[in-house]
Design a protein around this ligand. Structure first.
Ligand code: NAP
Length: 335
């Protein structure tokens, strides 16, 4: 084991995009696990849009990372030392941790991951830790899709969105995705089986939605908020559903973001708009994992990883989420 650790710490709250001075990355001693804890080495660091939320002091679903604290992250690692009877060196764990090579874990925040047959640790972590359950519960529990309905999803070529559209197809729906490049749109239709894809950066979204959704929209799975939410609100069918999963278009906003202009559509069309956080479904994770793993085995579900090397590259890699440079689940391979 090396003598020292490397830790990313939050130094200031970002204003707009995450600047170079927001976090520090420096060597520190390796911590010692107390009784009931274990020490694990980070293997994979998941980079998630919510990292930007945790850095800020906006109202949010868990406390923001305190200034000076190690940056919080969704992590996967291997136990190297254990003072907990249920964890032994070599066990693979995943859950909420920090951006550091070596860190302390305890059950509750960290749990054993898998094994999941022939699914690799990286894929199991990438698909089952956050992304897959988010798509599964957001679409099925809140969207409640029925065969023949039209499902629109934004950030459709991203980690959550790509799974949402494929589950919509599995459930017999028409799946329409919005994405930020021609290549992403082609991937949605040609590789994932979406019925249509709209490049929101080059097309007029309102008229493209009308063309792609001739029977209107029954479910809009919202990953982005902003103008795209507004355009989708206008196309919603009576008693449509909008699972509010994320608002990535405004995570880096410097100014107050105005509410949707088409808000009255919620009344006129009797829409059900409901926010959710995947952690709300923690006790139902096995259900989602079993379904996702089954679809994966049957070849009905494809999962794309966008993997980079080195903990030192965490911040420059994280920024790709907000510019759309990522192509799939963004992840860092650490060790
Ligand atoms: N509620 C929950 O529990 C939960 C859990 C996980 C994730 N989420 C949310 O789900 C959403 C997707 O997360 P993810 O991890 O799957 O990330 P992702 O979709 O893999 O990556 C983010 C994507 O967002 C798109 N994007 C960035 N800025 C945008 C903008 N201004 N307008 C429209 N699209 C933009 C980019 O794709 P383009 O190239 O298409 O622009 C980018 O690739 C995020 O909002 C995240 O916060 C929520």
């Amino acid at each position: 084991m090396p003598e020292s650790n490397r830790v990313w710490r939050l130094r200031k709250r970002p204003v707009g995009a995450i600047g170079d001075d927001v976090l520090s990355f420096a060597p520190e001693p390796i911590p010692e696990p107390a009784v009931g804890q274990f020490l694990f080495r980070l293997n994979y660091l998941s980079l998630d849009p919510t990292n930007r939320i945790w850095m800020s002091d906006m109202d949010q679903y868990m406390p923001p990372v305190a200034l000076g604290d190690a940056m919080r992250g969704v992590v996967c690692g291997t136990v190297v030392k254990s003072n907990h009877a249920d964890f032994a060196p070599g066990d693979v764990v995943s859950g909420l941790g920090v951006w550091a090579d070596y860190q302390i874990g305890a059950p509750g925040m960290l749990n054993k991951l898998g094994p999941f047959g022939n699914v690799s640790v990286a894929d199991a972590f990438g698909l089952f830790a956050v992304v897959g359950p988010t798509a599964y519960f957001g679409l099925l529990d809140l969207g409640v899709p029925k065969a023949g309905e039209t499902v629109v999803v934004s950030a459709a070529a991203g980690a959550v969105g790509s799974i949402v559209g494929q589950i919509a197809k599995i459930k017999g729906c028409r799946a329409v995705g919005l994405a930020g490049s021609a290549a992403k749109c082609q991937w949605l239709v040609n590789d994932l089986g979406f019925d249509a894809a709209i490049n929101y950066k080059t097309e007029d979204v309102a008229s493209a939605l009308k063309r792609a959704c001739p029977k209107g929209v029954d479910i809009y799975f919202d990953n982005v908020g902003g103008d795209i939410l507004d355009a989708c609100l206008k196309q919603m069918n009576l008693q449509g559903r909008i699972p509010t999963c994320g608002l990535i278009s405004q995570y880096n906003a410097k100014d107050i973001v105005p509410g949707p202009i088409n808000y009255p559509m919620i009344l006129m069309q009797r829409l059900k708009v409901q926010g959710f956080i995947v952690l709300d479904y923690a006790n139902r994770y096995p259900e989602a994992i079993a379904a996702l793993a089954g679809w994966l085995q049957q070849g009905k579900l494809k999962f794309r990883m966008d993997m980079y090397e080195g903990l030192e590259n965490a911040v420059i890699t994280l920024r790709k989420l907000y510019t759309g440079e990522n192509t799939g689940k963004l992840m860092i391979h650490v060790a």
